[in-house]
Write a protein that binds this ligand. Structure first.
Ligand code: TRP
Length: 457
């Protein structure tokens, strides 16, 4: 542990193909899949949204992921150092810098806060949450009083962060890969158990109806496309150098196209399944679905409180959320860590401590802002720090980072990227023409569109 000093020793690699795919899927499958995707489906016309989301993921998300994998594997460096290693104009390092700062520090700082809540709620499932959350109002009051207790919120945030730091200390193979190999299959099993509970409740059909019934008239609503694009980038962990970092620990014998297909496929599968676990239960118990924090920490506890076996269902649900969050958090932590190892020639252990402490301090600020005054005004709307950071990342850093990656791969580094995708001609990639078209034309145009619409919001 902590013995590799980055620049002198041989760069570590993933132990196996399955391990790498589970780690990449672990990064992709996160809070976004469980608390945002199902809600977006319900809100945007059910099966109609699913269809548009799938098309967007194939035409835009997958090609960008492939571009990031190719950059990382060719460079064998962190996103900040990668463009230097590829010997291109130093301007392109902006992709790495932006990603590292936005992902490693900003996204992670609020991800940790919410990760901490999942631990608190796992414990609370057995210690009174089911009594405290008898109605949606009472559940809201419980949540309000919890986030008002600053010391407690910060404590759980630090505990959550400590878990990801401990895993990242172990490095790529013995840390991240090993953790994902245990947590991801468990996550999958928990989702299936929750679905079984949810769809067997009397009245579950109303939830399935809300979730899947196609409403084709929604195709005329531009928010549908905006929601689908934004969700696809966030959910696949694109635009912030994560997949560049994970790709940098890959060897030439890995087929990048099939790896990205697996990663995106597993991510989409879990997002779809999460809806089957959540909505039938919400409707069967007579609640209105919402999204994000409200759905997860207020509505669902009240739903669990009303159902038979609710204590265990509640615990399993928050455990699921914890696994999803921690495997994503470690990918963000790894970006910051790889950066510090290379930039300051630190040992892994020192890099993890240094970055961890900075992120904890930033996250502490996020936590405290939920119950206190620091407000930030963006585009005329006052937001607390956590919301402001979330907004900035989703609407600015993610689309800009992905756009730059597309332009870079599509126009500056196209031939080397093509060689990388076939591992120097070793593997066939029949979709090369389509991929080139996507990164040069379709993805950039689509991203400019989300960026423009997101800012105009
Ligand atoms: N994909 C994760 C989710 O769905 C979040 C995440 C992890 C992420 N790493 C990222 C989002 C990098 C954007 C960029 O919750």
């Amino acid at each position: 542990m902590g013995s590799d000093s980055g620049n002198v020793q041989k760069r570590e690699q993933w132990g196996s193909r399955v391990g790498f795919i589970l780690a990449a899927a672990g990064s992709a499958i996160g809070l976004g899949n469980i608390w945002r995707f199902p809600y977006l489906v319900g809100k945007n016309g059910g099966a109609t949204f699913i269809l548009v989301y799938l098309i967007i993921t194939v035409l835009i998300g997958l090609p960008v992921m492939l571009a990031e994998f190719a950059i990382g594997r060719a460079a064998q460096k962190s996103p900040v150092a990668a463009f230097g290693a590829l010997k291109v104009n130093p301007f392109w390092s902006v992709i790495g810098w932006m990603g590292t700062i936005a992902g490693g520090f900003l996204v992670l700082s609020y991800y940790n806060v919410i990760g901490g809540w999942t631990i608190r709620y796992m414990i609370a499932s057995f210690t009174g949450l089911m009594d405290a959350a008898a109605t949606a109002d009472q559940s809201g009051a419980f949540f309000g009083s919890f986030i008002g207790k600053q010391a407690e919120v910060v404590l759980f945030q630090v505990v959550f962060m400590a878990v990801s730091m401990f895993i990242v200390l172990g490095g790529i193979g013995k840390g991240i890969e090993r953790a994902c190999k245990v947590m991801m299959p468990l996550l999958f099993i928990i989702v299936l158990v929750l679905i079984a509970r949810s769809v067997t409740l009397p009245g579950a059909e109303a939830g399935l109806d809300f979730y899947l019934n196609p409403d084709w008239s929604k195709l005329e609503d531009p928010t549908l496309y905006l929601d689908a694009l934004g969700q696809s980038f966030f959910s696949l962990s694109l635009g912030l150098g994560i997949m560049i970092t994970y790709g940098s620990y890959l060897g030439k014998d890995e087929r990048l196209p099939s790896a990205s297909l697996w990663t995106a496929g597993l991510d989409t599968l879990i997002a779809l399944l999460a809806g089957f676990a959540i909505f039938p239960a919400v409707f069967a118990m007579g609640f209105e679905p919402g999204a994000g924090v409200g759905l997860t920490f207020i509505t669902l506890p009240a739903v669990f409180a009303k159902m038979p076996g609710g204590t265990y269902v509640s615990f399993l649900f928050f455990l699921l959320l914890f696994f999803a969050a921690v495997t994503s958090a470690m990918s963000l932590m790894e970006v910051a860590t790889t950066f510090a190892i290379e930039k300051f020639s630190l040992r892994r252990s020192d890099a993890v401590w240094l970055m961890g402490i900075i992120i904890i301090l930033l996250g502490g600020y996020s936590s405290l802002s939920l119950s206190g005054p620091p407000k930030i005004t963006i585009m005329g709307k006052s937001k607390d720090f956590l919301d402001a950071v979330d907004y900035l990342c989703n609407n600015v850093f993610l689309p800009v980072g992905s756009l730059l990656a597309c332009v870079f791969v599509g126009y500056v580094w196209l031939e080397p990227a093509k060689k990388e995708l076939t591992s120097d001609g070793k593997f066939a990639f029949p979709w090369m023409g389509a991929w080139t078209w996507c990164v040069r034309v379709i993805s950039p145009l689509a991203i400019i569109y989300i960026f423009y619409m997101g800012l105009a919001w």
